[in-house]
Design a protein around this ligand. Structure first.
Ligand SMILES: Cc1cc2nc3c(=O)[nH]c(=O)nc-3n(C[C@H](O)[C@H](O)[C@H](O)COP(=O)(O)OP(=O)(O)OC[C@H]3O[C@@H](n4cnc5c(N)ncnc54)[C@H](O)[C@@H]3O)c2cc1C
Length: 369
C-alpha cells in the first residue's frame, strides 16, 4: 500500500469514526429531550406559551419575530424598559442596510414586524422562574404563573449604575455622553472628546475614538494606568492623559455636551468637549436566572458554543446578557434569531408539532385577556 493510499484510508476511517460519534451524541440528545420533555405531559396544563421571550431589546424582538414567523405562538415580556438600551442610541450607523436612524425607530420597526407575524406583547416583567420542571414556570410582575415550553432570555445589561451620582450624566446620556465607542466613534469626527476611566476599557475607547476625533483627553483617577494589554498603552498623537482626575460634572448647553468638570490633584478644572465616553463595566441582567442557569463569574449567561443553548435544554439566551465581548445591537439581534431557531428545533424534538399546536389552542396564555 502506497503512503498516499494509507493516508487516504486513515482519513476515511477517522471521518467515519467522527460521524459515528456525532450521530450517537445527537441521538442521545434527541432521546433525552423526548424523554424529559414529552409533549403529552401538557394536556391538562393551563396558561401555556410555546415560545416565551423575556426582554424587548433587539435580541428579544428578533427572537420573537423569528419564532412567530415560523408559526409558533410566542409571547414577549417587555420588561422594565421597552426597546432596551438601544433606545438610547440617537444616531445608529451600523444597523445593516440603514445608513443612519435612531435606535428607537429601529426598535419600533422590529416590534411592528414581530407583531405583524403574530407575536403577543406583554408589558409585564418576569419576576421568577423555575426551570427544574417542564413546562417551565414563569412568574409575572402581576403574580400570574405561566407555563412555557421554551424560553428565550434576552434581558441585556445595565450600565447606568456606574457614575450614577455625576450630575449631567443622565441629562446628556445619548446626547454626547456614551458608554460605547464602537457605536459612536465615527460621529466624533473633528470633535474634542473626553474619555473617563482607569483600565483597558478606557484605553480601548480612546484608541477607537482617536481615529476620528481632533483631540482625546483621558481622565483617569489613578496616577498611572492599569493595563493588561501592553499594545493598548501606545498613545496616538492626538491623545493625552490626565492622571488623578475625578469626574465631577458633565456640562452642556441646548441639550448637547459642552465639557466636563473634574477635580485634578485637588483643583477644579473645566475640560471642553463635545463628547464624553464613560468606560463602564456592564452588569449582566441575569439575576432572574442565576441559580437556574450556568453563568460566568461575571454573571453572563453561558451558552454552548455555536448555539444559544443554556445549561437547561429548552432555555436559550441571546444578546448582551450572554456576551461581554460583542456589544453591538446587530450581534444581539442575530443571537435572537439563533435562539428562536434553537427553540424551534427543541420544540420539534419534544414532539410539539402542528397537531399539538391546534390541540393546545384553548390552553394558551393570552396577555390581552
Ligand atoms: C447610549 C448607547 C448607544 C448605543 N449605540 C449603539 C449603536 O449605535 N449601534 C449598536 O449596534 N449598538 C449600540 N448600543 C448597544 C445596543 O444598545 C445593545 O447592543 C443592545 O441594546 C443589546 O440588545 P439586547 O436585546 O441584548 O439587550 P437590551 O437592549 O438591553 O434589552 C434588554 C431588555 O430586557 C428587558 N428585561 C430586563 N429584565 C427583564 C425581566 N425581568 N422581565 C422582562 N424583561 C426584562 C428590558 O426591559 C429590555 O427590554 C448602544 C448602547 C447605548 C447604551
Amino acid at each position: 500500500m502506497s503512503v498516499r493510499t494509507s493516508v487516504l484510508t486513515y482519513i476515511l476511517f477517522a471521518t467515519l469514526f467522527l460521524s459515528a460519534i456525532t450521530a450517537a451524541d445527537t441521538s442521545t440528545q434527541n432521546r433525552d429531550v423526548k424523554d424529559l420533555y414529552d409533549i403529552a405531559k401538557v394536556v391538562d396544563v393551563a396558561n401555556i406559551i410555546p415560545v416565551a421571550v423575556i426582554g424587548s431589546g433587539p435580541a428579544g424582538l428578533v427572537a420573537a419575530a423569528t419564532a412567530a414567523r415560523a408559526g409558533y405562538y410566542c409571547v414577549l415580556f417587555r420588561g422594565p424598559r421597552f426597546g432596551g438600551q438601544f433606545v438610547d442610541a440617537l444616531a445608529v450607523e451600523n444597523w445593516p442596510g440603514v445608513s443612519k436612524m435612531n435606535g428607537y425607530d429601529i426598535i419600533k420597526r422590529l416590534e411592528a414586524q414581530a407583531i405583524g407575524w403574530g407575536m403577543r406583547m406583554d408589558n409585564q416583567s418576569i419576576t421568577g422562574v423555575d426551570f427544574s420542571c417542564w413546562p417551565f414556570v414563569l412568574k409575572t410582575s402581576s403574580g400570574q404563573e405561566l407555563r412555557a415550553l421554551s424560553v428565550i432570555v434576552a434581558t441585556g445589561v445595565s450600565t447606568r449604575k456606574v457614575f450614577a451620582d455625576v450630575p449631567g450624566k443622565n441629562e446628556y446620556w445619548g446626547h454626547g455622553v456614551s458608554p460605547c465607542a464602537i457605536c459612536e466613534a465615527p460621529q466624533t469626527k473633528g470633535c474634542s472628546v473626553i474619555v473617563v476611566g482607569d483600565g483597558d476599557g478606557a484605553l480601548k475607547i480612546s484608541r477607537a475614538v482617536a481615529f476620528y476625533a481632533n483631540e482625546v483627553t483621558v481622565l483617569t483617577q489613578k496616577n498611572m494606568f492599569s493595563v493588561t494589554t501592553p499594545d493598548l498603552s501606545r498613545k496616538k498623537n492626538n491623545t493625552s492623559t490626565v492622571y488623578n482626575a475625578v469626574l465631577k460634572e458633565i456640562k452642556g448647553e441646548h441639550g448637547q455636551v459642552t465639557g466636563v468638570i473634574a477635580q485634578v490633584d485637588g483643583t477644579t478644572q473645566f475640560f471642553p468637549a463635545q463628547w464624553v465616553f464613560l468606560s463602564m463595566t456592564p452588569q449582566a441582567q441575569s439575576d432572574l436566572v442565576r441559580g437556574h442557569l450556568t453563568c460566568s463569574p461575571e454573571q453572563f449567561i453561558v451558552t454552548a458554543p455555536g448555539t444559544q443553548q443554556t445549561s437547561v435544554p429548552g432555555v436559550f439566551a441571546a444578546g448582551r446578557v450572554t456576551c461581554v465581548q460583542y456589544t453591538q445591537a446587530p450581534v444581539a439581534a442575530s443571537q435572537g434569531m439563533m435562539a428562536a431557531l434553537d427553540a424551534i428545533n427543541f420544540l420539534g424534538q419534544a414532539g410539539f408539532n402542528r397537531e399539538w399546536s391546534d390541540k393546545l389552542k384553548f390552553q394558551l396564555y393570552d396577555p390581552a385577556q
